[in-house]
Design a protein around this ligand. Structure first.
Ligand SMILES: NC(=O)c1ccc[n+]([C@@H]2O[C@H](COP(=O)([O-])OP(=O)(O)OC[C@H]3O[C@@H](n4cnc5c(N)ncnc54)[C@H](OP(=O)(O)O)[C@@H]3O)[C@@H](O)[C@H]2O)c1
Length: 256
């Protein structure tokens, strides 16, 4: 992907990976519009990065998606990149009763949100000379983390959806990329100092390099171990991975 001269809309750009991508892409000469629910975060990021703008958005709310899409198309007619990054992750225990609110909010945000956002912008993207839908999934799309089973399922579903989208968009000006991060230090599951997390700045730097390639899947080295392990030995690997993450961190242990 050409990393300059685009007009890029990022959901969840007020923190974490979304903010990191927004700032790196802003520095590379792209027009950036970030979005999310917490206006204070959006204002702070835009203040720190003159020229960046924001749209308030709740991807759980269909009306909010429709009004954000309308505003984007009106105010940014050259919009050619959608990054579906907004997401939530909560621990669950699927061997017991799981709160319905967790199931509904996780699936609505992580799966229905990107599907609806893509649907709201796809005709606009197809009318551009060259455009992209970039779906932020996870290494957990390929190997589930059993203590976040609902979350892992949404990411596996987003991997499937991204493949269908890519196939259906062949022959159009729109490409679909899947960005599957490993475990990165953000506030996704609250503040946490586990040393197995990849520092955010290292993740963004490596991701920017891979984004510049022609790869459909944007994988840092740390994410490849999960991506490459599906196959006949998947069940044993799922057990090994979950046993390892349930244990305290050891020097050099794997991360997702
Ligand atoms: N960190 C990791 O280890 C990791 C690994 C693999 C994949 N990922 C994925 O990376 C993406 C970004 O996560 P992160 O780690 O950067 O965590 P984060 O800092 O918590 O970022 C999540 C962002 O999503 C936004 N968001 C959440 N619900 C939303 C909603 N209903 N409407 C609009 N925006 C919403 C949040 O903004 P508001 O709260 O202001 O709305 C926030 O800016 C997620 O899709 C996550 O699943 C993260």
């Amino acid at each position: 992907m050409k990393l300059t001269g685009n007009t890029i809309f990022i959901t969840g750009g007020g923190s974490g990976i979304g903010r990191g991508l927004a700032e790196a892409l802003h520095k590379r000469g792209n027009a950036i519009i970030i979005s999310g629910r917490r206006k204070g975060h959006l204002e702070e990021v835009c203040k720190a990065n003159p020229g960046m703008s924001y749209v308030e958005l709740d991807v759980e709310d269909t009306k909010s998606i429709a009004s954000a899409a309308e505003k984007l198309i009106k105010d940014h007619p050259k919009l050619n990149v959608l990054i579906n990054n907004a997401g939530i992750m909560q621990a669950d225990d699927v061997a017991g009763v799981v709160e319905d609110a967790l199931i509904v909010s996780t699936i609505t945000t992580n799966l229905m949100g990107p599907m609806r956002m893509t649907s709201a912008l796809i005709e606009h993207l197809k009318a551009q000379e060259s455009s992209y839908v970039i779906n932020v999934t996870s290494g957990l799309a390929f190997i589930p983390l059993a203590m976040a089973a609902v979350y892992s399922s949404t990411k596996a579903a987003m991997h499937s959806y991204s493949q269908s989208l890519r196939y259906k968009l062949r022959g159009t000006s729109v490409k679909c990329l899947e960005l599957a991060p490993p475990w990165v230090k953000t506030e996704l599951m609250g503040d946490n100092d586990d040393p197995r997390q990849m520092p955010l700045d290292e993740f963004i730097a490596e991701t920017m390099q891979v984004l510049e390639s022609d790869n459909h899947e944007i994988l840092t080295e740390r994410a490849k171990m999960l991506r490459n392990n599906a196959g006949p030995n998947e069940a044993a690997f799922v057990d090994q991975f979950n046993d390892m993450l349930a244990a305290p961190a050891k020097e050099g242990a794997l991360s997702h």
